[in-house]
Ligand binder design. Sequence first.
Ligand SMILES: NC(=O)c1ccc[n+]([C@@H]2O[C@H](COP(=O)([O-])OP(=O)(O)OC[C@H]3O[C@@H](n4cnc5c(N)ncnc54)[C@H](O)[C@@H]3O)[C@@H](O)[C@H]2O)c1
Length: 385
Amino acid sequence: MKRIKTAIFGLGFVGRVHFDSVRRLENVQIAALADSKIEAAARLAANFAIPTPDVDFRNVLCDPTIDAVHICTPNAQHFPMAKAALEAGKHVACEKPITESVDQAQELVTLAAQKGLRNCVCHNLRYYPMVQQLRRMREAGELGEILSVQGGYLQDWLLYDTDWNWRVDSKAGGPMRCMGDIGSHWFDMAEHVTGLRVTSLCADLQTFYKTRKQPKKSVESFANKMLTPEDYIETPVDTDDYGTIIFRMGDRVRGCAVASQVAAGRKNRLSIEVYGTKASAAWDQERPNELWIGSRDKGNQLVLKDPSQLLPGAREYAELPGGHAEGYDDSNKQMLKRFYASIANPSLAPEYPQFIDGLRQMIIMRAEMESHQSRSWVEVPATAV
Ligand SMILES: NC(=O)c1ccc[n+]([C@@H]2O[C@H](COP(=O)([O-])OP(=O)(O)OC[C@H]3O[C@@H](n4cnc5c(N)ncnc54)[C@H](O)[C@@H]3O)[C@@H](O)[C@H]2O)c1
């Protein structure tokens, strides 16, 4: 099997998750790294016998031996990096949200198609085994016809006005923070497991803290709670802390979702509940190896992950035996494993979220912003037009 040479741009929180995922794939070699803050990347490279990292990702793109790149940098850099990588002929796995606008996302979708390159947007949360079980149960008709979908994505790491991260600043993270950062994961999962599309929505966003205390020293993502900042700058905030969305999926199906980064005690609670005419199912990322099945006429079930008991389509996403928990990093590995399989074998259909799925989330986010600003329901088109 040909060994695929890859590069990772951005070695912060999620870049390290990508690094670990790729190291678990037999046919992929991490051959280059780039990070604008070179120290951590240099240490990683030295310890794993990878050539000295670059501060400028463009130098890596000039290397003809690199087949693919991972874009794990703050959101505002996704578009220029992905565009440059595609133009250099590299396959691209790009973190979410894919871009800062629908137009940028559409441009990347078009460019990737023109170049015939594999493209993945990292909505990896689809690939927990019990999320796949939910999806396969729905496909097998076990839930009946879907009536409603609800849930949310709740975190608390930005609860205090002393909490800061590049995501708070729209110049680095884009204009929609909470809805882009975690709301996009929820809507990707809702459409993925139901097979339905959001057709209209009504959004109410809130920025609870109009200013935040920005530490003078830099803060790594999710590490702010460990800080005891001596010195802050009071900084205006122009991004959302919270959003409530009610939505329709066609004429009949109804749904609602809440995304919040200021929900005390909720660490990373992506929860989704799907209610059908025969049964319902609920999953929670904080208890990822469980799936709750609800019935009206018999006892409810709490099913634990055990590959031998999963439906065939879901089973291949569980690599460890029953009782051996699989988590967040495994979901990322499952996604990247399929991305690289499709590079190794061009005849394989893409079994991972592609840039067009990233575009889909940008369309939903644009509708959320329009709805919030106009205080009204907004149609969600199927495509960017
Ligand atoms: N799929 C998921 O579950 C998931 C989870 C977390 C973050 N993310 C996404 O990953 C991206 C990164 O988030 P994070 O939490 O890892 O951020 P982070 O701040 O922890 O890491 C970002 C890294 O990018 C580096 N960087 C910044 N500008 C750069 C440049 N021009 N060239 C090279 N490196 C550069 C920084 O030095 C840092 O090391 C975001 O788009 C975020 O939405 C996705």
